[in-house]
Ligand binder design. Structure first.
Ligand SMILES: Nc1ncnc2c1ncn2[C@@H]1O[C@H](COP(=O)(O)OP(=O)(O)OP(=O)(O)O)[C@@H](O)[C@H]1O
Length: 264
């Protein structure tokens, strides 16, 4: 397989005083260009830590991350992150929030007019152009996440990192936003690494689901291919045997691991 993004023998240990906790152990994962990969696992197993290592926000204790064969050591616009709780600047408008990233990345390659058009193009992609003059406090949670996604996409990242991007939303808004992200992935062909707790979300959106064992020393327990063609329609999938089989497999994995920990 062509390794676009490679997580190579990653271990992560946190030390506080005399106490050391090994959070991640021997994480190996290869992601192809254009793939949508989800990471699922119980709370506290180290999913966010792993995403932060890929983002360059935290260093691995051993091993590392390669993007197009180059080692990742710090945050960069080639790996844009969308967090669960939007991280828009409250004093800037929707337009200005997206513009900030665009100005940084394209300062020398796009003219002012091109940058303006690019901001609007990305706001249009997430259907938020109408709210360009609004501030974050004036729009809903789902809208804020849309703007966060526009801001990330506008940087033209090689990899889009989604840390439970729909986690704080109500079920309907969540479904709408999942559909939007699926449509964007279809249209733009982004490489996406997403953390989720939600089994249905993982199956609906992903090409592969990475299932993590419980921490400490969490590992990749299993990787499941989702053999569903795209575009995917949530209503049709509800009765699709391949969908139900994947869902069952992930539930079994999480349930068995969960029981294992309780018994230990
Ligand atoms: N900076 C840190 N210092 C010490 N321990 C940390 C630090 N960051 C995370 N941890 C520990 O690492 C473990 C994994 O945390 P992490 O947030 O990555 O898990 P998670 O799977 O994303 O959890 P959740 O699903 O609840 O968000 C936890 O036990 C946490 O307490």
């Amino acid at each position: 397989m062509h390794a676009y993004l490679k997580l190579d023998h990653i271990d992560k240990t946190f030390t506080r005083g005399n106490a050391t906790t090994e959070v991640l152990k021997e994480i190996n994962l290869t992601i192809e260009k254009g793939e949508y990969v989800s990471i699922i696992g119980h709370s506290g197993c180290g999913k966010s830590t792993l995403l932060n290592i890929v983002a360059g926000l935290t260093g691995a204790t051993t091993g590392g991350v390669l993007l197009e064969n180059r080692e990742v050591n710090s945050p960069g616009p080639d790996r844009a992150v969308v967090f669960q709780n939007h991280s828009l600047l409250p004093w800037l408008t929707v337009y200005e929030n997206v513009k900030l990233g665009v100005d940084k990345v394209f300062a020398s390659t796009k003219t002012r007019a091109e940058r303006d058009a690019w901001v609007m193009h990305n706001l249009n992609l997430v259907q938020m152009a109408h709210a360009r003059e609004k501030r974050p406090s004036e729009i809903s949670g789902g809208m804020k996440q849309r703007v966060g996604i526009a801001r990330a996409l506008a940087m033209e990242p090689k990899v889009l990192l989604l840390d439970e991007p729909f986690g704080a939303l109500d079920a309907l808004t969540r479904a709408h936003l999942q559909d939007s992200v699926m449509a964007l992935h279809q249209k733009l062909g982004n490489t996406i690494l997403m953390i989720t707790h939600d089994v249905d979300e993982a199956v609906l959106l992903s090409d592969r689901i990475v299932m993590m064992t419980n921490g400490p020393s969490a590992r990749i327990g299993e990787v499941l291919e989702v053999p569903l063609t795209r575009p995917r329609k949530r209503l049709e999938l509800a009765t699709n045997p391949a969908y139900l089989k994947c869902r069952q497999r992930v539930l079994e994995f999480l349930y068995e691991r969960h029981r294992f920990v309780e018994a230990a």
